[in-house]
Design a binder for this molecule. Structure first.
Ligand SMILES: *Cc1c(COP(=O)(O)O)cnc(C)c1O
Length: 466
């Protein structure tokens, strides 16, 4: 008991130069809270028989606690996974134009729902409506929180208590919890599956149409591919069939893209224009997949359908905020200059980055990584790797890339897990992947500024995982 009274008081600790400095930066309330917790822990430890901790020891613990508390939860990381649009790492990295627009919208009041010309009330969709129509050929557009919300909203608006005809081969699940049948059910629509997993014919759709049918729907099989003995009904035939019955033809394009990716040597992904040319009445797609923008769900299509969707009270529950709209507008504006899009749109720049340029990054980084792992029984080499587009886009296509491979000398694979964890533990965590006995760092997404950060960070550690 007497020992406990020898612990320093809260006030005494707060007055030490080390903690006074922390208070200057983080404020008295936060530091005081952590000092109290540290003293309580010390008291418990002493009661349990531990020796009385030195004052410096407690101060050190408080310092570590404050540093941990001050760290934001949403931290920047190096995405060296080789997956460009990595859902768990926030998908598309935004271009500077979007970052500036978001900062401007955040810093000041802005005309979100205000018509400056008339001084009257405006519609937040008008911020991107014209651009979306111009770039896709659609008549009207509206924006919600993500593509899952877009699909939900369209089904709830157009197909509540009605039937939606979809091919069995398209009843997809997207990572996380987006399953087409579940969304349909929650939206109040009845799913009518037609055809088989690998083959669906026009007559399957024709036979499924009843007076209760609300629409024919096509869902872009974005995260897998069916190969071999397959048949899917071409979009123009589905559209014609729908229109013959006075029904809308609706497409969930998933990633969707506004330009032909072929021009940059990327695999073909259906564009919005092609989908409308085939006769679609309404198309939904994500803002943060191939489009390269912020998380959002875009609905574009006929004036009549978009107007009905906008009148659904759920639209209000699913709408986006000014920061998202600011970023989306800036990104869409870049599409007006397709010739320079691959230089300005960050996601596209990453996707089209030449292999030779990535290899040059690997060559520059090799000595740094070798040095920081010199004390461990591993080798580090430059390797050819294949990046993935990610987010379910073009699932079977791979992009030739380059990276650094760390391999254990001998059979001790455990060392790789240790290095992987040490890289994750750096101030700006480095996220790679372990594949076939090697820790791979795909350098496609490491831009020039980050390259310097990466080197500085590794140089500052004295031996990674030591
Ligand atoms: C990705 C995807 C979705 C979900 O989009 P989010 O923007 O992630 O909500 C829905 N449908 C398809 C076909 C997709 O590829």
């Amino acid at each position: 008991m007497t020992n406990l009274s020898k612990l320093p008081s809260v006030d005494r600790l707060l007055a030490t130069p080390a903690l006074a400095a922390l208070i200057d930066v983080h404020g008295r309330a936060l530091v005081t809270g952590i000092v109290r917790a540290a003293l309580a822990a010390a008291r418990d430890a002493v009661k349990a028989g531990a020796p009385l901790p030195a004052e410096t020891e407690i101060i050190e613990k408080v310092g570590a606690g404050v540093t941990a508390m001050a760290q934001p939860k949403l931290r920047a990381v190096f995405n060296l996974t080789g997956t460009v649009l990595h859902t768990n790492l926030g998908r598309a990295v935004l271009p500077e134009e979007a970052i500036e627009a978001m900062a401007t919208a955040a810093r000041s009041a802005c005309a979100l729902e205000y018509d400056i010309a008339s001084g009257g009330r405006g519609d937040r969709d008008d911020i991107v409506n014209e651009l979306l129509c111009e770039l896709t050929g659609a008549e009207a557009a509206t924006v919600v929180n993500n593509n899952a919300a877009a699909v939900f909203l369209l089904l709830n608006t157009l197909a509540q208590k009605k039937e939606v005809v979809v091919s069995r081969g398209e009843l997809i699940e997207i990572g996380g919890a987006f399953r087409v049948p579940d969304i349909m059910q929650r939206a109040g629509a009845k799913l009518v599956e037609v055809g088989t997993t690998n083959r669906t014919h026009l007559k399957d759709f024709a036979e499924a149409i009843t007076p209760r049918t609300a629409m024919l729907m096509k869902i872009h099989a974005s995260n897998y591919a069916i190969q071999g003995f397959t048949h899917a009904v071409p979009e123009n035939e589905l559209a014609t069939l729908a229109h013959e019955h006075g029904l809308p033809f609706v497409v969930d394009l998933g990633s969707g893209t506004l330009t032909d990716l072929d021009r940059w040597g990327l695999p073909h992904e259906p564009t919005l224009r092609e989908t409308f040319a085939a006769g679609a009445d309404l198309v939904t797609f994500s803002g943060d997949k191939l489009l390269g923008g912020p998380q959002a769900g875009l609905l574009v299509g006929s004036k009549e359908l978009i107007a009905r969707i906008k009148k659904n009270p759920l639209k209000r529950a699913l709408r986006v905020g000014k920061i998202t709209l600011a970023a989306l507008e800036a990104v869409l504006r870049l599409y007006r200059d397709p010739d320079r899009l691959h230089l300005r749109l960050t996601a596209l720049r990453q996707l089209t980055r030449p292999e030779a340029e990535i290899r040059a990054v690997a060559e520059r980084l090799l000595p740094t990584l070798q040095k920081s792992l010199a004390h461990l029984p591993v080798t580090v080499d430059i390797v050819a790797v294949k990046s993935q587009i990610g987010s379910g886009s073009l699932p079977v296509d791979r992009l030739p890339s380059a990276g650094l491979a760390v391999r254990p000398q001998g059979k001790k694979g455990g060392v790789l897990n240790r290095i992987e964890a040490a890289l994750r533990g750096l101030p700006k965590p480095v996220i790679g992947r372990i594949d076939e006995g090697a820790l791979l760092l795909d350098l496609r997404c490491l831009n020039e500024a980050e390259e310097h950060e990466f080197v500085a960070q590794l140089s500052a550690t004295r031996g990674l995982g030591a």
